[in-house]
Design a protein around this ligand. Structure first.
Ligand code: CA
Length: 236
């Protein structure tokens, strides 16, 4: 799949209008957009033009059949293909032919089942933003319970969800996470987290820490940052 694909667009190549409509209907209810094409002829041009996120492809089509179409498609695109077949025993045969389809569904099917398969294929072939692939030379992520910090990407995730942090909040959290349990005084935090020489007060650290905790606590069941009375802050 290219990075330029149309993320919500599902192309349905199916000559039985009733089936095409039914699938379009169910997919659109799940937030997809759909485009139907009723024959093999011209289908590849349609895929080239619209660059869909996934193609639902019927096996028996007028013009070019689904097997040939899928093979042709694979010569220029990795767009996932969900193949519709009329007989269960066809699926074994198709698997043996290695035509490059990502999944198969046999007719008659429940439209809901097809939608679930579409979603599963998209999940598999396109990891969501929260499952970022590690960069080759990336500084290791910091992990504490359900909190993850990716220093080089300036990304913080709490319970799998991204949290928007200011650069200062990020550095404070990074400092605490580098040594869980260690108490950092306000002075130490200022020294480690402020990159310029502005004169700031203890109260400034407190207010930034308060904002940081509020953001994390919106997503986490427990307050992971503790204030240690008269000293400073720690994680855990
Ligand atoms: Ca057909």
């Amino acid at each position: 799949m290219t990075a330029m694909d149309d993320a919500d667009l599902i192309m349905i190549i199916e000559d039985e209008a009733k089936i095409a409509h039914l699938l379009a209907d169910y997919l659109e209810r799940e937030g997809f957009r759909t485009l139907s094409w009723p024959e093999g002829t011209g289908a590849l041009d349609q895929i080239r033009t619209h660059n869909p996120a996934l193609v639902i492809l019927d096996l028996m089509l007028p013009g070019m059949d689904g097997i040939t179409l899928c093979r042709e498609l694979r010569t220029f695109s990795q767009t996932p293909v969900l193949m519709l077949t009329a007989r269960v025993d066809e699926i074994d045969r198709l698997l043996g032919l290695k035509i490059g389809a990502d999944d198969y569904v046999c007719k008659p099917f429940l439209p809901r089942e097809v939608v679930a398969r579409v979603q599963a294929i998209l999940r598999r072939t396109r990891p969501p933003a929260t499952e970022l692939q590690p960069l080759a030379t990336e500084e290791p992520a910091l992990q504490y319970r359900n909190l993850t910090l990716y220093p080089e990407r300036y990304r913080c995730e709490a319970a799998g969800q991204g949290v928007e942090l200011t650069p200062l909040e990020f550095r404070m959290l990074q400092t605490l996470m580098s040594r869980p349990g260690r108490v950092y005084s306000r002075e130490k935090l200022m020294e480690l987290c402020y990159t310029d020489d502005r004169i700031i007060s203890d109260r400034t650290i407190d207010s930034h820490m308060k904002n940081l905790r509020r953001k994390l606590n919106a997503l986490l069941p427990d307050d992971l940052i503790q204030s240690v009375y008269g000293v400073g802050y720690k994680l855990g």
